[in-house]
Design a protein around this ligand. Structure first.
Ligand SMILES: Cc1cc2nc3c(=O)[nH]c(=O)nc-3n(C[C@H](O)[C@H](O)[C@H](O)COP(=O)(O)O)c2cc1C
Length: 325
């Protein structure tokens, strides 16, 4: 059975990647997990200047997932270019790596891309336009403002020839404007979704569980939101989609593929079990075999939704105008 995915002019060993911010640059996990069983990884978001991050505690569990407010702690673009990219080149061979980029202004994104563009050890960029803990300076997060989103993507596009993923927010009020803005400004693919703004209070102390107060919610509670986001985007664009949110099992990954994702990412599940992503690869293989299909890619877009054909073939928006937007 074939789990490979050919995309962005290259081949992924399988569709399972580690999600941004949950695996650093791979160093820590490489010691405890067999990363070469995965399709790839997305790095911690890299900003122009080093960031120390938010006060502890930075992550906290609740019944259906986790909240975090890490504050994009990272060594900054120049140190990443000097130290982390060569490490990834030497240790992550065979993995398809995306460097996640974040910033407060479009110009900060552009500078990070310029600093890293000619570096070794990675395939492409993922633009983090949707971090709930690190909003754009003044105004909405980039991912919720189609014009600002387009400015960042266009500027990044001008500065890189590499595959460019745009990461969108789960609390997007309407998908059509942001999907179109990303597509028209030069994105090669969309990643859906980032964490959802969330707050967990300790009712006795009356304070938040996180040192920073509110944070981003991830884990199982996010899965239905993420699958819906992928399914919605798949009706609007032919761009490849990357599904993320609450994946802990092979069958969870399969839901995202059926909704229209070509790749998936695992975040929170790695905190509970550092080898969760490897297990998801194995379970997805078993699922594919059980479905009697030869290639994992045959699942992509195969959801049988009311109003879609029995074949589950995804309809273009103009074939199904009710669902647009
Ligand atoms: C502790 C933590 C840190 C994260 N940091 C980043 C980050 O730096 N950049 C980013 O784009 N997403 C970040 N995310 C979001 C994840 O990449 C992912 O989109 C989200 O957690 C949903 O997936 P999950 O439910 O599998 O965790 C972070 C998530 C967690 C839990």
């Amino acid at each position: 059975m074939d789990l490979t995915v050919d995309l962005f002019g290259t081949s992924f060993r399988n569709p399972v990647l580690l999600a941004a911010g949950t695996c650093g640059f791979g160093e820590e996990l490489a010691a405890v997990a067999e990363l070469d069983r995965l399709g790839g990884l997305v790095t911690k978001s890299v900003t122009l200047e080093p960031r120390a991050g938010n006060p502890a505690p930075r992550v906290a569990e609740f019944g259906a997932g986790m909240v975090n407010s890490v504050g994009l702690a990272n060594p900054g673009a120049s140190a990443v270019r000097r130290e982390r990219l060569p490490w990834m080149r030497d240790h992550l061979e065979g993995l398809q790596v995306f460097v996640s980029v974040a910033g407060h202004t479009p110009e900060e994104f552009f500078e990070v891309v310029e600093i890293l563009e000619d570096g070794p050890g990675f395939l492409g960029f993922e633009l983090n336009l949707s971090c709930p803990n690190d909003a754009r300076r003044g105004g909405l997060p980039f991912a919720l403002d189609p014009e600002e989103l387009a400015r960042v993507v266009e500027g990044a596009r001008d500065r890189t020839a590499r595959p460019l993923l745009v990461k969108l927010a789960p609390n997007t009020p309407a998908w059509s404007p942001v999907v179109r803005a990303a597509e028209e400004s030069g994105a090669d693919g969309l990643t859906l979704v980032n964490t959802m703004p969330g707050l967990v209070l300790d009712p006795f102390s009356r304070g938040p569980l996180l040192g920073a107060g509110a944070g981003g919610m991830s884990g199982p509670a996010l899965r239905a939101v993420g699958v819906h986001a992928v399914w919605s985007a798949a009706r609007l664009t032919e761009l490849p989609l990357v599904g993320v949110g609450g994946i802990a099992r092979g069958s969870d990954a399969a839901q995202y593929l059926l909704a229209g994702a070509s790749l998936v990412q695992i975040g929170t599940a790695s905190f509970w079990d550092p080898r969760a992503a490897e297990r998801v690869v194995k379970e997805l293989g078993e699922f594919v075999a059980g479905q009697g299909v030869a290639r994992v890619t045959e699942l992509v877009g195969g959801a049988r939704m009311p109003g879609s054909g029995e074949d589950g073939v995804r309809r273009k928006p103009d074939q199904n105008p009710k669902l647009e937007g």
